[in-house]
Design a protein around this ligand. Structure first.
Ligand code: ZN
Length: 200
């Protein structure tokens, strides 16, 4: 007997959805069937939003956060302390601090962490702009992930700025070891921020 023909298009949709973070195959199937049951206009709107976001959102020229402007809303806000800079690995980490609603400063996105095993060295990350921003009177709060790569990145920054007038602190313990900052709840983030410890 011949094999049953494959449904290539729906299989492709499910695979694409299953490639998203936190989406398992079952959820991907549910989402695909949900989308197929929608009006065509609603699905086009979703596709348009995805395309527009990808085409028009880029890195803020000051901090590296996602923005549709030249400089993001946080960097251009006059209610933010420009000399208090929270250094994070990726734009999604900023959400953890913004959700807490209590952080008065700005951010700097490195774009990852130093990881010799993955071939990622300092030259691959957004350090040049960080050194530019590290002027006198600035405090850097290192909010890097609590894994070996995050630790290596924190040491590199501390070593580079050693002897400068930049104050460096890091989040207090309380962020679970090995956890992704992005998923830590806002109260934990707020406490870790308030009781941050000085590095140099
Ligand atoms: Zn910015």
């Amino acid at each position: 007997m011949d094999q049953e023909p494959k449904e290539i298009i729906i299989e492709n949709l499910i695979s694409q959805l299953a490639g998203l973070p936190s989406i398992g195959r079952k959820t991907a199937q549910r989402l695909a069937y949900h989308l197929l049951a929608q009006e065509e206009g609603a699905v086009q709107e979703l596709a348009r939003a995805l395309n527009e976001a990808k085409a028009r959102i880029h890195a803020c020229s000051s901090c590296g956060n996602y923005t549709e402007r030249a400089v993001c809303r946080i960097c251009s806000s006059d209610r933010r302390q420009g000399n208090l800079i929270c250094v994070v690995e990726k734009p999604a980490d900023i959400l953890a601090f913004e959700r807490s609603g209590s952080y008065p400063g700005v951010y700097h996105v490195l774009g990852g962490s130093i990881s010799p095993l993955d071939g990622i060295g300092p030259a691959d990350l957004n350090f040049a702009r960080l050194w530019e921003r590290s002027a006198a009177g600035v405090e850097l709060i290192l909010a890097l992930n609590t894994n070996a790569e995050g630790e290596a990145t924190a040491s590199y920054i501390a070593q580079k700025l050693h002897g400068s007038s930049v104050k460096i602190s890091r989040l207090a313990r309380g962020i679970p070891v090995g956890s992704e900052l992005e998923y830590v709840d806002e109260l934990t983030v707020q406490r870790a921020l308030e009781s941050r410890v000085e590095v140099i």
